[in-house]
Design a protein around this ligand. Structure first.
Ligand code: SAM
Ligand code: DTB
Ligand code: SF4
Length: 324
């Protein structure tokens, strides 16, 4: 049964379970709810890169940090559709377009994004966007264009948020998530570990996610990619055991959700990634680039899937199952 009334103490107890026992529990729940051989393969494309006015301390695309990311205006629709076709041919079933915007504005760029959404949807892939804050009307327009999912991360706990971002509030984040939900678009919302937060901050973030009125359909768990020029460039490398603990706890709290092993895979061994799948991760970003930072190549991931006996999940599976 899916629960939205988890208490902080319950989550704390799960999170602090001895690691191997926690993995076992998460793996058991994963089997009850999902086909454990299946992993959703999503490809990311940065359709508008760099020059962002926000001050997210982790982000290579914030204009105020000198990270060497080249600013690029919004890509042309046809080029984006070519990338989507390549991703589809390589086995991706979800295509996620990211823009380094604080929020969506009602202008020609937004109209172009709507055209991109329409085009990718017509190719039979699940279309996702991550464009910053949205109002209700914008969410509705994206839904009408065929948007399947919207990614908007909470990143950390509400308490730690202002240490990482000062140019927007946690409540603004939650408002966008509500606008997305009301427009009938599925929600992709997760966070980052390795920002300097405490275990208690991670537990609080998982509490916020798992007590939303409806669980996000996907929850990306990112390990901080430390980028030179950002305020967090000298943070310690995220401990893989923390990643496993986070994934396992998310899996137990939100059993039917796609839990995505997101940023950070380029610095993980195959064995470490295998532990994450064991602990309940069932989605990845594929392709040799995330938005601006490196990620394992399609070939490396194909080898990994072969070795671990994993297969890509087909697109729109949930809808197909509901239809019968
Ligand atoms: N600008 C939009 C926004 O902030 O919602 C969309 C793009 S933004 C790059 C999407 C997400 O990428 C962020 O919310 C954050 O969770 C993640 N991200 C950005 N930089 C990262 C990094 N260096 N390491 C890990 N995750 C990162
Ligand atoms: C998410 O949670 N992780 C992705 C996606 N959603 C948009 C982004 C990771 C970005 C890592 C840094 C970069 O490549 O710029
Ligand atoms: Fe801008 Fe998004 Fe990066 Fe924050 S995470 S600086 S909003 S692109």
């Amino acid at each position: 049964m899916l629960r939205n009334n988890w208490t902080l103490t319950e989550i704390q107890d799960i999170y602090n379970t001895p690691l191997l026992e926690l993995i076992y529990k998460a793996a058991t729940i994963h089997r009850d709810y999902n086909d454990t051989a299946e992993v959703q393969v999503c490809t990311l494309l940065s359709i508008k890169t760099g020059g962002c006015p926000e001050d997210c301390a982790y982000c290579p695309q914030a204009a105020r940090y000198h990270t060497g990311v080249e600013v690029q205006s919004l890509m042309q629709k046809d080029i984006v559709l070519e990338y989507a076709a390549k991703a589809k041919a390589a086995g991706s079933t979800r295509f996620c377009m990211g823009a380094a915007w604080r929020e969506v504005r009602n202008n020609k760029d937004f109209d172009r994004v709507l055209e991109m959404v329409k085009g990718v949807n017509e190719m039979g892939m699940e279309v996702c966007c991550t464009l910053g804050m949205l109002d209700g009307e914008q969410a509705k327009k994206l839904a009408d264009a065929g948007l399947y999912a919207y990614n908007h991360n909470l990143d950390t706990s509400s308490e730690y948020y202002s240490e990482i971002i000062t140019t927007r509030t946690y409540d603004e984040r939650l408002k966008t998530l509500d606008n997305v939900r009301k427009a009938g678009v599925t929600v992709c919302c997760g966070g980052i570990i390795g920002l300097g937060e405490t275990h208690s901050d991670r537990i609080k973030m998982l509490h916020t996610l798992s007590t939303l009125p409806v669980h996000p359909e996907s929850v990306p768990i990112n390990a901080l990619v430390r980028v030179k020029g950002t305020p967090l460039e000298n943070n310690a490398k995220t401990d893989v055991w923390d990643m496993v603990r986070m994934i396992a706890t998310a899996r137990i709290l939100m059993p039917a959700t796609m839990v995505r092993l997101s940023a950070g895979r380029a610095e993980m061994s195959l064995a470490e990634q295998a532990l994450c799948f064991m602990a309940g991760a069932n989605s990845i970003f594929a392709g040799d680039k995330l938005l601006t930072t490196p990620n394992p190549s399609f070939d490396e991931d194909n080898l990994m899937f072969g070795l671990l006996g994993l297969k890509p999940r087909e697109a729109f599976k949930q809808e197909k199952e509901l239809v019968g």
